[in-house]
Design a protein around this ligand. Structure first.
Ligand SMILES: Nc1nc2c(ncn2[C@@H]2O[C@H](COP(=O)(O)OP(=O)(O)OP(=O)(O)O)[C@@H](O)[C@H]2O)c(=O)[nH]1
Ligand SMILES: [Mg+2]
Length: 205
């Protein structure tokens, strides 16, 4: 059996936007009408199959409350994927996502895959999708809309993230094998040159 690929995912965003609900909907396919604010961070994992390949998401759900901000770098520093969540019904929470992008740009990993998630799309929409899409274009992030309550877009979000992870892995493998090929051609080339130099100087072996 092929090895299971594991990736670390971090959920970031203001308090109350629905990060824990997203995780709960993804892992347990259920919803709590009255969730408790997360204290510090919580962890859950789930494995899904993408084109026959297993991908295990190790998901850190962080607390959005201001008092926990200082500890959050511990969670996003080595995360392959960062999901930045806002509430489509709350303009202020979209500003929170912009702040997160700035922070990740300055302190997050360079090759991190980032996505913007507009949650609670079952409610009245106060943040236009175009703003989220534009932010996504600006920061090379994927844009999704979800409703944990009505179970819209949650599984699809993780599926698309997983597809992007495998796509990037494949591209990286191609890059590596191309550069290895180029190196070995270079080596053969330089060996040929040095052998020729030896011959020119009348040396053997
Ligand atoms: N209508 C609606 N309510 C939602 C949705 N997702 C979450 N909620 C509600 O929003 C509230 C906050 O959700 P949480 O998942 O606890 O939010 P959080 O981002 O984890 O908050 P912190 O842990 O404090 O950072 C809860 O009462 C949820 O039931 C949704 O898609 N639609
Ligand atoms: Mg929470």
């Amino acid at each position: 059996m092929s090895q299971i690929k594991e990736i670390k995912v971090v959920l970031l965003g203001d308090s109350g936007v629905g990060k824990s609900s997203l995780l709960y909907r993804f892992v347990e396919n259920d919803f709590f009408e009255k969730g408790q604010p997360t204290l510090g961070a919580a962890f859950q994992s789930k494995t899904i199959l993408i084109d026959g390949k297993a991908l295990k998401f190790q998901i850190w759900d962080t607390a959005g409350q201001e008092k926990y901000k200082a500890i959050l770098p511990l969670y996003y520093r080595d995360a392959k994927v960062a999901l930045l969540v806002y509430d489509v019904n709350d303009q202020q929470s979209f500003e929170g996502v912009k702040e997160w992008f700035k922070q990740l740009q300055e302190q997050g990993p360079l090759d991190q895959i980032r996505a913007i998630i507009g949650n609670k799309c079952d409610l009245e929409q106060k943040v236009e999708d175009d703003l989220g899409k534009e932010l996504g274009r600006q920061w090379n992030a994927i844009f999704f809309k979800t409703s944990c309550k009505d179970n819209l877009g949650v599984q699809e979000t993780f599926l698309q993230i997983g597809e992007r992870v495998f796509k990037e892995q494949l591209a990286e493998e191609h890059r590596k094998s191309n550069s290895e090929n180029a190196n070995s051609t270079l080596k053969i080339g330089s060996q040929q040159v040095s052998n020729k130099q030896k011959q020119d100087k009348g040396q053997c072996c």
